[in-house]
Ligand binder design. Structure first.
Ligand SMILES: NC(=O)C1=CN([C@@H]2O[C@H](COP(=O)(O)OP(=O)(O)OC[C@H]3O[C@@H](n4cnc5c(N)ncnc54)[C@H](O)[C@@H]3O)[C@@H](O)[C@H]2O)C=CC1
Ligand SMILES: O=C(O)[C@@H](O)[C@@H]1OC[C@H](O)[C@H]1O
Length: 480
């Protein structure tokens, strides 16, 4: 039977004040796989009050004590890896093998937070008199508000909960309304790990009813959000009312540069993987592939074959490489973008349509799509597709590739395939992206730093820099 979840507030499961629940749909079958409470503002207020009440005791625990709790949570996630992967797949549609990778990533994020909270060091600097010392301490902020997207239902939650609580804060999480189930299972593990009440609270519901009051709440000190650029801008503007810090992980439009000296086989493999992983629904996906004209034809041949080899099907089938889009709306958005690109002169090599027949009729399956003859002025080169559509653009040299890569309002990830160290060094200076993959496919590490420039966001997450986002400095002029 599909599970029905209440809200997780103060380590208790409480019914929403709205008296309503959201049905969560499997995008591969349209079956209901669970129900999550439709929270409202009063629920959110209760959750923030619980988090605020929990803060003094939690922040007074030693870093080691907090780390032990986060380790315990991580161990339970590890224990439930298969169960969590199944939940992710059922609510989001990514192939089970990718869902397992997501669980491993969540484990890595929790592990990093637990292992590194003792490294949140302060500073001692000379005072203004011989007897004075100035201490710059690092202290937690208080209640954190976290808002997540649907493409990584578990990892995005872990990415925010781990460092926030390890650093001594308490947290209220609003998962995406399409995919709340993995985070609710995580809430059960928070309970089992005996993390004290009120430290982690999960309020499900949609953006206007839970997200908006979370951002507006005066007792919430920092908002960390993953999602679209338009929503991120609204959140930033709303947070200004209470002068809250915001950390925003937003859209991307990653360029993938393939130069004439690249290992073409590896580049083609990585380009396809980085485009079609999670059905193209990752902010770091290869959204536009720039290929040097000397190797363009050979590269097209290689990616055409690799795309033809992709098996689209039920995400629970071990043979499946690519599952459905997450929703009907998302599928339509992608299809309209492809149609527009073709109207603007792109050549549709393969795909470009919804898949039908057999299992496809039940879900939101879109054919892996290849567009050639794409030019820099087309809309598809500038707007985030977030779907299984590969756009190939021919460039005459590295200068043109760099210029076109930077001709973009986003600045999260980029890819470069070349053996030329001079080009690699030049790219480090000139490419306007916060995360660059050189001669490898995408996929960030928990110890790295996931940070977008321009309209891709603000602040960044992961690693030591990401952990430090959850503390503020306190300057103490110490005189005895
Ligand atoms: N950065 C990324 O990795 C992601 C980017 N996207 C992009 O966003 C597009 C739309 O996806 P959506 O799910 O509609 O994203 P969205 O940005 O609307 O939703 C993300 C989260 O923000 C919440 N939210 C939305 N508006 C809010 C507001 N004003 N105040 C507080 N919370 C708010 C939502 O309830 C959800 O939990 C996708 O097609 C894709 O292009 C989607 C998912 C992840
Ligand atoms: O939201 C996104 O798409 C990214 O932040 C994504 O989250 C987990 C993946 O590893 C990231 O690329």
């Amino acid at each position: 039977m599909a599970p029905k979840y209440d809200l997780f507030i103060n380590n208790e499961w409480v019914a929403p004040e709205t008296g309503e629940w959201i049905s969560v749909e499997n995008p591969a079958t349209k079956e209901t796989v669970g129900q999550a409470a439709r929270g409202g503002e009063a629920d959110l207020d209760r959750a923030v009050a619980a988090a605020k009440a929990a803060f003094p005791a939690w922040s007074r625990k030693t870093a080691t004590e907090r780390a032990d709790y986060v380790h315990a949570l991580k161990d339970l996630v590890k224990r439930d890896k298969e169960k969590l992967a199944e939940i992710i797949t059922s609510e989001m549609g990514k192939p089970l093998k990718e869902a397992r990778v997501e669980v491993d990533f969540a484990i890595g994020l929790l592990r990093f937070a637990a292992e590194n909270t003792l490294r949140l060091q302060g500073e001692i600097i000379p005072g203004s008199t011989p007897d004075e010392k100035i201490l710059i301490d690092r202290v937690p902020l208080g209640v954190i508000g976290a808002i997540t997207a649907w493409n990584f239902p578990l990892a995005l939650c872990a990415r925010k909960i781990g460092p926030a609580i390890a650093a001594g804060n308490t947290i209220v999480v609003k998962p995406h309304e399409l995919t709340p189930l993995a985070s609710l299972h995580l809430a059960k593990l928070v309970e089992e790990a005996k993390i004290p009440k009120g430290v982690v609270n999960i309020v499900t519901g949609d953006g206007p009813e839970v997200g908006v009051p979370l951002v507006a709440h005066p007792d919430v000190k920092l908002i960390t959000m993953t999602g679209s650029t338009p929503a991120g801008k609204k959140i930033m503007a709303a947070a200004a009312e209470t002068l809250k810090e915001v950390r925003l992980e937003l859209g991307g439009k990653a360029p993938f540069l393939v130069m004439e000296d690249a290992d073409l086989e590896k580049a083609a493999e990585a380009a396809v993987q980085s485009r079609f992983m999670n059905t193209g629904q990752v902010c770091t996906c290869n959204e536009r592939t720039y290929i040097h004209e000397a190797v363009y034809d050979e590269f097209v041949q290689k990616v055409r074959q690799k795309i033809a080899d992709l098996k689209v099907g039920l995400p629970t089938d071990p043979e499946t490489d690519m599952g459905p889009k997450v929703s009907e709306d998302e599928l339509k958005k992608v299809h309209e973008m492809v149609e527009k690109a073709v109207r603007q002169g792109a050549k549709l090599e393969t795909g470009g349509k919804r898949l039908t027949g057999g299992v496809y009729d039940k879900g939101y399956f879109y054919a892996p799509t290849l567009l050639t003859n794409v030019s820099q002025d087309m809309d598809i080169v500038h707007n985030e597709v977030f779907g299984p559509v590969m756009s190939l653009i021919k460039v005459k040299d590295f200068d043109q590739a760099l210029a076109w890569a930077n001709d973009c309002r986003y600045g999260l990830s980029a890819y470069l395939f070349t053996k030329d160290l001079g080009r690699i060094l030049r790219m480090t200076r000139e490419l306007e992206f916060g995360e660059v993959y050189v001669n490898r496919p995408g996929g960030e590490a928990p110890q790295g730093f996931h940070h977008g420039y321009k309209e891709s966001g603000l602040g960044g997450e992961d690693g030591q820099h990401g952990l430090e986002a959850y503390v503020q400095t306190k300057t103490i002029y110490l005189n005895v």
